[in-house]
Each structure stands twice: as C-alpha cells, then as structure tokens.
Design a binder for this molecule. Structure first.
Ligand SMILES: CC(C)(COP(=O)(O)OP(=O)(O)OC[C@H]1O[C@@H](n2cnc3c(N)ncnc32)[C@H](O)[C@@H]1OP(=O)(O)O)[C@@H](O)C(=O)NCCC(=O)NCCS
Length: 169
C-alpha cells in the first residue's frame, strides 16, 4: 500500500501537545513543554514538523548561534520509523539553511547508532566526545559536524570542525 504523502512545514505552538507525546516515547529524558516553547520563540531558528494525514509524525528543532546551526532535537513517531521521515526533515532543513561555508553541529548518544547513521548519510562526521554528557546514565555524547564547502575562509573555525573538513564532510 502506498503511504500517505508527507508534508514538511514549520512547527507551531499548536503542534506541541502531539510533539510532547512523541518526545516522551522517544527519549529517556524528554524535553519539557517549556523547552519547546523557548526554541519556537527564537526568530533565527528553524523548527519543522512532518505531518501525515493531519497528524504530526516527526519534528526537528534547529537553533542558530552566530554562524553555526545546532540541531537540537529530531524525533519520529516510534510507529513510523524507517520510512524516510527524518530524512525528509533534514533535507528540508539543509534546503533552507545551506549556503557556502554553512556549519551544523549536534550531539548524539554514543549508543544511538540509528541517529548516527542518519546524520552520517547527510555528511555529518564525528568530531570528538563529551564524556558523561547525559545525566541519566552518564553516557558519552558524540559531537558531530557538517560543513558545507565554499566559505569565505574568514569565519571562526573550531578544532572539531577542522576534523570534519579533513574527513571530507
Ligand atoms: C533517529 C530517528 C530520528 C530516525 O528517524 P527515521 O524517520 O526512522 O529515519 P529515516 O527513515 O529517515 O532513516 C534514514 C537513514 O538513517 C539510518 N537509520 C535510521 N534508523 C535506523 C536504525 N534503526 N538502524 C540503523 N540505521 C538507521 C539509515 O541509514 C536510514 O536509511 P535506510 O532506511 O535507507 O537504511 C528515529 O529513529 C527516532 O526518532 N529515534 C528516537 C529519537 C532519537 O534518537 N533522535 C535523535 C537524537 S540525536
């Protein structure tokens, strides 16, 4: 059976009850409603919803600090994974935010092979660890960067980004 078409649009405050329901099933330490409200209130961020048949099936929260995009949160309804929903959201993010020298970073649990495979598919590369970053189980965070070639060369370049450049991201 052909799946219903997927719409990717901006996330709104009205979506948050559905987002929270997905979030609580997706993460051991879910974000609070207040955290989503704060991110949605930032004018420079990009927050996206994936919608199928009028229902939220995934969301992505990305904030911009100076010249770097921080992918803060990505999750897909646990009944609809592996259907390309996260891929569609990240694709939209990069379609909107990519440009010469664009930089993206994120942290992911070292055990989260699914998410790392997703990000690697978009050119994110490992660039170090934050030891014991997650409070619930003291798990390490893997820091990942994605760098679009072609910047002006004058931007601030952190060490871990240089790793990303060397590995071809
Ligand atoms: C990680 C997550 C967002 C992926 O969403 P998704 O819509 O299922 O991902 P996609 O269908 O777009 O998958 C794209 C690619 O990612 C990789 N991937 C996704 N899930 C995977 C899994 N369970 N195991 C291995 N690779 C996986 C694959 O390379 C996949 O491509 P393929 O299906 O052609 O092999 C989803 O599993 C999720 O919500 N997990 C819980 C929350 C979470 O961990 N978020 C990330 C926090 S950093």
């Amino acid at each position: 059976m052909t799946p219903e078409p997927l719409e990717i649009r901006r996330l709104s405050y009205a979506d948050l009850p559905q987002v929270i329901a997905i979030e609580r099933r997706a993460f051991p330490t879910p974000w609070s409603l207040a955290m989503f409200v704060l991110e949605l209130s930032k004018p420079s961020g990009i927050c996206l919803a994936a919608v199928r048949e009028g229902t939220i099936v995934g969301y992505l929260v990305c904030s911009r600090y100076e010249r770097v995009w921080h992918v803060m949160n990505v999750a897909v309804d646990d009944r609809m994974r592996r259907e390309g929903i996260a891929t569609a959201m990240l694709g939209r993010l990069f379609a909107e935010a990519d440009g010469p020298g664009a930089q993206y970073t994120l942290e992911v649990r070292a055990s989260n092979a699914a998410a790392m495979a997703l990000y690697e598919g978009f050119g994110f590369r490992h660039a170090g660890l934050r030891r014991g970053y997650y409070h619930d189980n003291h798990e390490d965070a893997v820091i990942m960067w994605r760098v679009v070639e072609g910047g002006d060369g004058h931007e601030w370049v952190p060490d871990d980004q240089r790793v990303a450049r060397r590995s071809g991201a």
